[in-house]
Design a protein around this ligand. Structure first.
Ligand code: BGC
Length: 758
């Protein structure tokens, strides 16, 4: 009897374990483990540790003796960075390393197209291979928590589901083409100010439901081979030595089998890092070099741990074929096939926010078009700190208009305002009050002159195309913006222009939200054209003249006021105090092991970011708190109209393992072909725990000719509706009644249907 009972218990345990394991992703990287046993058994401790830190700025070592090639990293995420000196940041000024500049993250996200994200990954991989590199340092996928975030333009969206879908597309596209991704920055790098010192205090539920899902999806759905740890701390621990993030969640729960590299200068300890799951210290060997050898010899770290970290790197090394040096860099990095992808993404990312009927532009009578704004001639591939692309070419908006309509309109141009220019020197040098005053006086004189020129030019024009927005000096790694106002006095200028010529179409080339109160009011049409890559200007011109219909949708909410957004409204950001830091490696190891202090959390400590808004990020906040927005998440107009009808679900009641199959009819009821993005949100009716008002759970981009109808089918697995139960430390079901809401944005729900989860 006893034995039979025990057998049953063991059998049940096995079933249970299998169930857990069945859910856990099995990485394709595990296939190399046998081969790796043989390699590791031949390696000395020194050879092993030699793999765990940088060899050069963008290279970590293999084992030459055993035929294991070095790992070569290509900086990304939106174009392969030019070649630099092995041990520094100075470019080598090669000819052939000019790359394609792909539209940056927020532009890619505005396409709402996982298929385009896949092409994007393909393109990034091809150029990475041409340069002879193995791993692309992208995609960059942190949630856009604050509108002012310095890297909002690099990141994808404020929504985890949209971010996840695109991140998986990028990951698969890159890895299917022979390049490992390095998903970054894991995790919760949601601000640049104090990024190297800040401790993010986040509740587990928000972390699991908002901030981690895009990362998780790249592992479970994309089989990502590489991750980069972030500079900041999460709940007291640096991300590069965060046992919870790296070992417990990433590896044990999600089944990640690849390698984690630190962000540049983001390693803070020897024993802590290597035990907690960090594989490679970049770009130094301060902690994972001799200090690690010594630590092993002193018995502080077992050689098994070293073997494990080496194994994880070798898995990636064996999955990615190294490119022999003589085959690399023989062709120009940027190639037409990739430029085409950049065009496709750009042309489908542009968001039309307002149109009083002036668009598409009518060119019958060869109008005079005044293009006003420094952003019309500004390149966006580089210009700030970090992630720059030395582009083979970049079509600016002005060039795009000339290319596409130079013969159909008379185009005249004035710069209009003095753009912000990035300077390293300014970042570090404090100016005296006299210097500041002097600078302000000079700027006022320039502004006066530029305004006068612009007003003269617009007085001669039929149409004003105001091309403004931020630039790469305004939105930059290492610091957040102080506000979301249009820089360089653009609001003042456009008001003056409107008094002379009110026929204004405004295009903003920004990667992140701007305050639109003024431009919206004075413009007949308003668009966002992002930092839109090598072909950005051509794509923009095609949209403005109607060669294609605009089809981008906002990947983030545009607030009326910055202060309405959650982290600002709750006083969680800015944290005050210190200025932005640039690199993180100025913090010592002793500081690194400090635990979070309760008193620091309460005070306005510049190094503590409290996420008390919890899951109410982006539209989840505005919807739940009923705060008006300028334009909602998911919003975007086009040159036609769509009708939504016949929302159906395949059943009324769903169990926890079911998939909710949704169908809706979409009709293009206008006169031109265009794409619509049907968005499905869920609203819980009688939940047992708190939820945001609604959450995006499915979407589909559909192309429709005039008059055409299509039935769109979308699916939501019920398991994707779970919440993180902090008490149980597990995902849990909240089986409640639920409204399926289908709409064109978070602010425009067209159809609703109630279902029950049981
Ligand atoms: C950035 C990373 C980048 C690395 C190498 C860091 O400052 O945060 O995204 O890949 O530098 O350039």
């Amino acid at each position: 009897m006893k034995i039979a009972g025990l057998t049953i218990v063991i059998a049940m345990l096995l079933i249970l374990t299998n169930q857990v394991n069945a859910q856990k992703h099995i990485s394709s990287l595990l296939q190399y483990d046998k081969q790796i046993d043989g390699i590791i058994s031949q390696m000395t401790l020194e050879e092993k540790v030699n793999m765990l830190h940088a060899k050069y700025m963008f290279v970590s070592a293999g084992v030459e003796r055993l035929g294991i090639a070095d790992m070569r990293y290509a900086d990304g995420p939106f174009g392969v960075r030019e070649e630099m000196q092995p041990n520094g940041w100075m470019p080598l000024n090669w000819e052939k390393d000019k790359a394609t500049f792909f539209p940056t993250g927020s532009a890619l996200a505005a396409t709402w197209s996982p298929e385009l994200a896949y092409s994007y990954g393909t393109g990034m991989a091809r150029e990475t291979r041409l340069r002879g590199k193995d791993m692309i340092l992208g995609p960059a996928i942190n949630i856009q928590r604050i509108p002012t975030g310095g890297r909002t333009y690099e990141y994808l969206s404020e929504d985890p589901f949209l971010s996840a879908q695109l991140a998986v597309g990028y990951t698969k596209g890159a890895q299917d083409n022979g390049v490992a991704v390095c998903v970054k920055h894991f995790a919760l790098n949601n601000q640049e100010n104090n990024r190297g010192t800040v401790n993010v205090i986040v509740g587990e539920r928000a972390m699991r439901e908002i901030y981690l899902p895009p990362f998780r999806a790249t592992v479970e759905e994309g089989d990502a081979y590489g991750f980069m740890s972030a500079y900041n701390k999460v709940n007291g621990w640096w991300c590069a030595e965060n046992d919870i993030l790296l070992n417990k969640i990433l590896r044990n729960e999600w089944g990640f089998a690849g390698m984690v590299i630190s962000d540049w200068g983001g390693t803070h300890s020897t024993v802590g890092s290597v035990k907690s799951g960090l594989n490679v210290e970049m770009p130094d060997k301060k902690f994972l070099g001799q200090a690690l050898i010594d630590s092993v010899k002193a018995g502080k770290v077992s050689e098994e741990i070293i073997n494990l970290r080496v194994r994880e790197i070798l898995r990636v090394r064996l999955a990615i074929k190294p490119i022999p040096e003589k085959e690399a860099n023989t062709e120009m990095t940027s190639q037409p096939a990739q430029q085409k992808i950049a065009y496709e993404v750009a042309s489908k990312s542009i968001v039309l926010l307002k149109n009083d009927g002036v668009l598409p532009l009518q060119l019958k009578n060869k109008p005079v078009i005044a293009v006003i704004g420094a952003n019309a001639t500004q390149i966006m591939g580089s210009g700030g700190m970090g992630a720059g692309v030395k582009t083979l070419y970049e079509v600016t908006p002005l060039e795009g208009f000339k290319n596409r309509i130079g013969d159909k309109a008379e185009i005249i141009f004035a710069q209009g305002y003095d753009p912000v220019v990035f300077s390293f020197a300014d970042m570090f040098k404090k100016k005296t009050p006299e210097e500041i005053e002097q600078k302000a006086r000079e700027k006022a004189v320039i502004a006066l002159k530029l305004t006068k020129e612009a007003l003269e030019v617009v007085s001669k024009a039929d149409i004003v195309l105001f091309v403004g927005g931020n630039n790469r000096a305004v939105e930059t790694e290492g610091s957040d913006r102080k506000d979301i106002l249009l820089p360089s006095g653009q609001d003042e200028l456009i008001k003056k222009i409107a008094a002379v010529n009110p026929n204004i179409v405004t295009v903003l080339t920004s990667g992140a939200p701007n305050d639109l109160k003024v431009v919206k009011q004075v413009s007949k049409a308003l668009l966002i054209s992002w930092f839109n890559g090598t072909e950005g200007g051509n794509a923009l011109a095609d949209v403005l003249v109607g060669n294609i219909s605009p089809s981008g949708r906002l990947p983030f909410t545009l607030p009326v006021n910055l202060e309405d957004s959650p982290a600002y409204a709750l006083g969680n950001y800015p944290q005050g105090g210190k200025n932005a830091d640039v690199f993180a490696n100025l913090v010592s190891e002793t500081e690194a092991v400090e635990k979070p202090k309760a008193e620091a959390i309460k005070s306005n400590d510049p190094n503590t970011a409290l996420y008390s808004e919890e899951s109410l990020v982006g539209y989840r906040w505005f919807d739940t708190k009923k705060i008006n927005v300028m334009y909602p998440f998911g919003y975007g107009l086009t040159y036609t109209t769509f009708e939504y009808a016949n929302l159906k679900t395949d059943k009324k009641k769903y169990g926890k393992d079911d998939v909710i199959a949704i169908s809706v009819e979409l009709k293009n009821s206008g006169k031109v072909a265009a794409d619509e993005v049907a968005q499905v949100y869920v609203h819980r009716i009688n939940p047992s725990v708190e939820w945001p008002q609604k959450e995006l759970k499915a979407f589909s981009r559909v192309s429709l000719n005039p008059g055409e109808s299509k039935t769109v089918t979308l699916e939501i697995p019920v398991k994707n509706l779970k919440y993180w139960n902090e008490t149980k430390q597990a995902w849990d079901d909240d089986l409640c009644n639920m409204e399926i809401q289908v709409g064109a944005s978070a602010g425009e729900i067209k159809l609703k249907k109630e279902i029950n989860l049981k």
